[in-house]
Design a protein around this ligand. Structure first.
Ligand code: ADP
Ligand code: MG
Length: 339
C-alpha cells in the first residue's frame, strides 16, 4: 500500500475548523451571524468561563426543520447559495457552509430548534463530529445552540486559548460590533450570569452607540450621509474633541458585515486630517451599503477581509462622507501647537 491516504472526514473537519474557529469569540461570531441570517429580531448570548466551558446562543429566527438538522452540520452544507454564481449576489453573512461542521468537530454541541410550521422542536447532539442523537423537544420558534468544552478533543488548540477573562472580553467586543452593525436586532450578552450588554433592537444606531459607549460620545456625534451609484454610507462621526488614542473606535460595516480595510481606515483618517491632532484617531460608526457585484467577500474563511472592484471609488465615497459630515457644522479644527 502506498503512503498517501485521504484523511477521514472527522480529521478533515478538525483541520478545517482551525481556519474558522480560533477561540470562543469565533464560535459566537459564526452563530450570531447565522441568527441574523435567520431573520432573528433578538439574540441572547450567554457564556461561562470566557466561553471555553459554555456558550449559549439563542435566537428567535426561522429555525431549522427536522429533516435539515443533520445536514446543517455537514461540511460545505448551506441553505444560502447553490452555485458559485450566487456569490456575486451574497446578501447573507454566511455562505461557506463551514461553521456548524467546524464547531461540531471541536466541541460538544447541543441544538434545540423549531420552525413556525412544526408542532415540535428538535433536539440534536453532536460532539467531536459524531452524532449523538436526535429527538423531539418542546421549544419556541427559533434556534438555541449550546456549545460546551471548546477544543476538548484538540488539546493543541486549547493550549492557545487565553485566560477566561481575556476570552470573555473578545466575546464582549464582538457583541458590541454585532450590536453596532445591526441596530434592528436586540442583542443581550450575559457573562457569568451578569448582563453586560442589552440593546433595544429599535433600529436606531444612535441608541446603540449611547448604550455601548455612553453619554459623552453619544452627545458628540455628527451625522454621516453620502450616496453615489451603487454605494451608500450612513452613520455617525464623532466630533474631533472625542478623538481617541487608538484606532479601536473606527467602526465600519459593509452590508452588515464587520470588516477590516486599510483603504477605508485611510479615507476616514484623511477626512479627519484637518480636525484631529497627530496620533489621535476619530470615533466613527459607518454603515456602508455597497452593490454586492462590486465586492468579493470570498477572500478568507472568516470573511473579515474583502476585495473591492473599484477601490478608488470606495476611498472617495468614505472620504466625502467624512468631509461633508465634518464641514456641515462649524467645527473648530484642533491645531497642533508647536512650542
Ligand atoms: P452558512 O451560514 O455558511 O450557510 P453554517 O455552517 O453556518 O453555514 O450553517 C449551515 C446552515 O444551517 C445554514 O445555511 C442554515 O440553513 C442553517 N442554520 C444555522 N444556524 C441557523 C440558525 N440560527 N437559524 C436557522 N438556520 C440556521
Ligand atoms: Mg454561518
Amino acid at each position: 500500500m502506498g503512503k498517501i491516504q485521504v484523511l477521514d472526514p472527522v480529521t478533515v473537519d478538525q483541520i478545517a475548523a482551525g481556519e474558522v474557529i480560533e477561540r470562543p469569540a469565533s464560535v459566537v461570531k459564526e452563530l450570531v451571524e447565522n441568527a441574523i441570517d435567520a431573520g432573528a429580531s433578538a439574540v441572547v448570548v450567554e457564556i461561562k468561563e470566557g466561553g471555553i466551558s459554555y456558550m449559549r446562543i439563542a435566537d428567535n429566527g426561522c429555525g431549522i426543520s427536522r429533516e435539515d438538522v443533520p445536514a446543517a452540520f455537514l461540511r460545505h452544507s448551506t441553505s444560502k447559495i447553490r452555485t458559485v454564481d450566487d456569490l456575486v449576489h451574497i446578501g447573507s453573512l454566511g455562505f461557506r457552509g463551514e461553521a456548524l461542521s467546524s464547531i461540531a468537530a471541536v466541541s460538544q454541541v447541543e441544538l434545540v430548534t423549531k420552525t413556525a410550521d412544526q408542532t415540535f422542536g428538535t433536539r440534536y447532539r453532536i460532539a467531536g463530529g459524531k452524532e449523538e442523537g436526535i429527538e423531539d423537544a418542546g421549544a419556541k420558534d427559533g434556534t438555541t445552540f449550546i456549545i460546551r468544552q471548546l477544543f476538548y478533543n484538540t488539546p493543541a488548540r486549547r493550549k492557545f486559548l487565553k485566560t477566561p477573562m481575556t476570552e470573555a472580553s473578545h466575546v464582549g467586543d464582538l457583541m458590541t460590533r454585532m450590536a453596532l452593525s445591526h441596530p434592528e436586532v436586540s442583542f443581550q450578552f450575559i457573562n457569568n450570569g451578569q448582563t453586560k450588554l442589552h440593546t433595544a433592537g429599535n433600529g436606531k444606531l444612535r441608541d446603540v452607540i449611547y448604550h455601548v459607549y455612553g453619554r459623552e460620545i453619544a452627545s458628540n456625534l455628527l451625522r454621516a450621509e453620502y450616496e453615489t451609484s451603487g454605494l451608500k454610507i450612513t452613520g455617525f462621526l464623532g466630533k474631533p474633541l472625542i478623538s481617541r488614542g487608538n484606532r479601536n473606535f473606527e467602526n465600519y460595516y459593509i452590508n452588515g458585515r464587520y470588516v477590516k480595510s486599510s483603504i477605508i481606515a485611510k479615507a476616514i483618517e484623511d477626512g479627519y486630517k484637518d480636525f484631529t491632532m497627530q496620533h489621535k484617531y476619530p470615533f466613527v460608526v459607518l454603515h456602508m451599503e455597497i452593490n454586492t457585484e462590486n465586492i468579493d467577500v470570498n477572500v478568507h474563511p472568516t470573511k473579515m477581509e474583502l476585495r473591492f472592484n473599484r477601490q478608488q471609488e470606495v476611498y472617495n465615497a468614505v472620504y466625502a462622507a467624512v468631509d461633508e459630515g465634518l464641514h456641515r457644522e462649524e467645527l473648530i479644527p484642533q491645531v497642533e501647537v508647536n512650542v
